[in-house]
Design a protein around this ligand. Sequence first.
Ligand SMILES: Cc1cc2nc3c(=O)[nH]c(=O)nc-3n(C[C@H](O)[C@H](O)[C@H](O)COP(=O)(O)OP(=O)(O)OC[C@H]3O[C@@H](n4cnc5c(N)ncnc54)[C@H](O)[C@@H]3O)c2cc1C
Length: 465
Amino acid sequence: MGGQVGRHAVVLGGSMAGLLAARVLAEAYDEVTVVDRDELTGAEHARRGVPQGAHAHALLAQGQQTLERLFPGLTEELSSAGIPMVDMGEMHWFLDGAPWRPARTGLIVASVTRPFLEARVRTRVAALGGVRFLERCDILGLETSANRRVVTGARVRRHAADSGEETLRADLVVDCTGRGSRTPVWLDALDFAKPEEERVKIGLSYTTCEYDLPARPLKNDLSLIPLATPNSPRGAFFGRVGGDRHILSLTGMLGDRPEAGLRGFLDYARSLPIPGIYDAIKDTEPVAEPVAIRFPASVRRRYERLTRFPERLLVLGDGVCSFNPVYGQGMTVAALEAMTLRRHLLAGGPPSPLRFFRDISGVIDAPWDIAAGGDLSWPRVEGERSAKIRMVNAYMGRLQAAALRDSRITGAFMRVAGLIDPPTALLRPGMALRVLRHSWRRPGGTGAGRGSLPAEPAATSARRR
Ligand SMILES: Cc1cc2nc3c(=O)[nH]c(=O)nc-3n(C[C@H](O)[C@H](O)[C@H](O)COP(=O)(O)OP(=O)(O)OC[C@H]3O[C@@H](n4cnc5c(N)ncnc54)[C@H](O)[C@@H]3O)c2cc1C
């Protein structure tokens, strides 16, 4: 394969977006070089260039299905390696301490750590003919034609002592360097306009510990996920990620976060609206001290609104849009963008950047509306609330409350949250009627008291032991 579109493509950044881009570029270029500042080969822990790798990472159902299309057999490979596979609708989701009615959706979520998933995907990409990794190498800038309209390569410097700057000549450069992407700065230097940037400031924190829990407190490996809401703003993701290893990420909004150290971590876990998570970990030492990351704002760069852009340059992944991570969308959107790139390459010529950006904006719109729109339901999150956003958020509040009673609603919500169905699926008349019917009932009829766990709760069993 390869060679139909060009001789050499260079991918800047070897994280998930870069790997997925390399996967599809290898079908169209003779050689693909993936450049990253980190040592990638053999990396099985969170890398310096991807600090979010230490925190809980869900691969949404759409991401799982798309990765399976790109890497046939990957799901089975993960499962054979002992990674729990769970139905998205049966994970234990809680709203303000009350459990959502579970639903069998058939949407599989691999409960895997981020470094493990990335390592498996990287191994698959490395096995493709024509792909090579240039590791421990800094990306410095772009090389262009004399008139600055066409990108002809990238300037890099290897970390090895006395390495000088070198140029990688390329027929296409794809920037996958994440949130810190320098493309806006490079555009400015080349006399192109920078993309408009939309930001939703959320002041989010993630604080994470891993535990070895041989008692396996999560029955059937179903995670415990108290969703953060304006009423109970502290959230968590707690799940088994293979063997006895469990990961617990605690989330805080608008500057809220645990005090430093293990004591602070435990206190925060105890303050969650459900008791099961604290009960499962309180008597066990974590594998290491808590690690924390801050995520000040969701950012969307509107490349699709530009009218001029250098030829032979694309941007993909978090560099275009980085979503509030609690929605778990980043890797899935990167996978969908890679599929868009594949479609453009199938046309047989170098992709047109502006057409590519227009097409991926269609991929980004729904997840951005879900995440950025949803965050505006928090009164203290700054941002303009259009009539549509206010109406949708009011409806979503009712829908989420109705999911405490109605598994059909849980199932429909999971299909949208898993990026399988568009958000409009939740507005269809049949669904709206169900939501309305439940809204008319008095609250509290869920069959489970606030703060209690679902029938046969895993964490409760742990407490009884
Ligand atoms: C706390 C947190 C939790 C998250 N949870 C989820 C989740 O549950 N599900 C999900 O799908 N997504 C999640 N995400 C988002 C997800 O991590 C990203 O969407 C995903 O990694 C794709 O990003 P990327 O490849 O575009 O960029 P990144 O992952 O940021 O990778 C950028 C790469 O570029 C390299 N690089 C950057 N600059 C240079 C340079 N100058 N020279 C050389 N190399 C460079 C870096 O080393 C790195 O390898 C989460 C994010 C955060 C912050």
